[in-house]
Design a protein. Structure first.
Length: 358
């Protein structure tokens, strides 16, 4: 299962157990699960002792000095609760969240693992949160459900053109880097770069509006992320990600759609799920035609796909842990090749739908 490490995913399975778990691993090592996960400030906090142990480091709390020290290849690192910095010698490394004592253990936010830790030990750290905090704004309780209810009732006008507009959703953003791959490349940056190129192609060549969930490097609530999809003229959602795996050999594009509905309730709500699959098939065909390796289309209940009837496909553009994929996704020509293929797939899907209407 780790070959297909969906560490960037917000896997929301209805049958998911309530216990929060994260996994941390160094390249070539089996992942270490941590089960003590505290949700604070809209993120997950982990015991610093557990985090360090998972990558072979040791540290301890000095109660008199009121600091926590641990040895790294760069020297002894010092952190303290309430301080926004880690100190190594004369260097001060900023932390996105201050460490804090929760249940009598010093804990760090998960961005310590995905950001600071990698630079401290000088190698890639894979991190996967199986139960991430849903970034709902305070007082928004239930609003995501209402949003999905809205998407579920979204009806496409049969008289209008098939694709009147689309939402492109570059995954992650801001403090949420997504996967961190070879050379420290961040998934959020790759996703945004690819999304912008696709946006441009669709606007220029299809002449339809494109709504981006984000157009820069900032975090989004789920509500904000899906907001463009609720527009009346949005007829498809494309979510763009890239993934990482423990095995450097894992590579290629992967497409995800919502789980297919059972035949029995096809009449009620199944048709649009079929649309998602049709869109995914069109994208897959054009990616393959462009010479990119594409795996099977996977049906999974991923939150970024929403839960409504809007045709939606989540694309993992490749593995940032694989040298070949990584160089394609960090190269302008490589990204153009991928986005050209995505555009061609989208166009083929739209043309096919027009045929059906005529
Ligand atoms: Zn992702």
């Amino acid at each position: 299962m780790y070959r297909l490490l969906l560490c960037c995913f917000f896997l929301i399975l209805t049958c998911q157990p309530a216990a929060a778990t994260v996994e941390i691993a160094l390249s070539g090592h089996p992942p270490v699960p941590l089960t003590e996960v505290y949700q604070r400030e809209g993120t997950s906090f982990l015991a610093v002792d557990d985090v360090l142990a998972s990558v072979g480091l040791v540290g301890r709390w000095y109660s008199v000095e009121h600091v926590y020290k641990f040895k790294t290849p760069r020297g002894t690192a010092v952190m303290s609760p309430g301080s926004q910095f880690i100190r190594i010698g004369g260097d001060f490394i900023p932390l996105a969240h201050k460490p804090r004592f929760i249940d009598s253990r010093l804990r760090v936010a998960e961005d310590f693992v995905t950001g600071n830790l990698q630079s401290l030990i000088g190698q890639t750290v894979y991190y996967r949160n199986l139960n991430p905090v849903l970034e709902e704004e305070p007082g928004e309780e239930g609003s995501l459900d209402r949003l999905f209810a809205f998407l579920l009732s979204k009806k496409k006008s049969t008289s209008a053109a098939v694709l009147r507009g689309i939402e492109i959703d570059p995954g992650h953003g801001g403090e949420d880097s997504g996967v961190i791959g070879l050379g420290g490349i961040k998934e959020k940056a790759v996703a945004l770069d690819a999304a912008r190129r696709l946006e441009k192609l669709v606007k220029m060549q299809m002449g339809i509006p494109v709504y981006m969930s984000r157009d820069d490097d900032y975090a989004l609530t789920w509500k904000k992320r899906f907001e463009p999809a609720t527009r009346d003229d949005v007829d498809a959602l494309i979510s763009i990600h890239a993934q990482g795996a423990f095995s450097p050999a894992a590579k290629g594009v992967t497409l995800f759609v919502r789980p297919q509905k059972q035949e029995s309730d096809e009449a009620a709500a199944g048709t649009k799920t079929g649309e998602s699959l049709r869109l995914a098939n069109a994208l897959k065909a054009s990616l393959a035609k462009e010479g990119l390796s594409v795996g099977d289309i996977i049906e999974a209940p991923l939150l970024p796909l929403g839960r409504g009837d809007l045709p939606a496909v989540l694309i993992e553009l490749g593995y940032l842990s694989n040298a070949e994929d990584k160089s394609r996704l960090t190269d302008s020509q490589g990204l153009d090749q991928v986005t050209r293929a995505l555009y061609a797939g989208l166009k083929a899907y739209a043309d096919k739908q027009k045929e059906f209407q005529n």
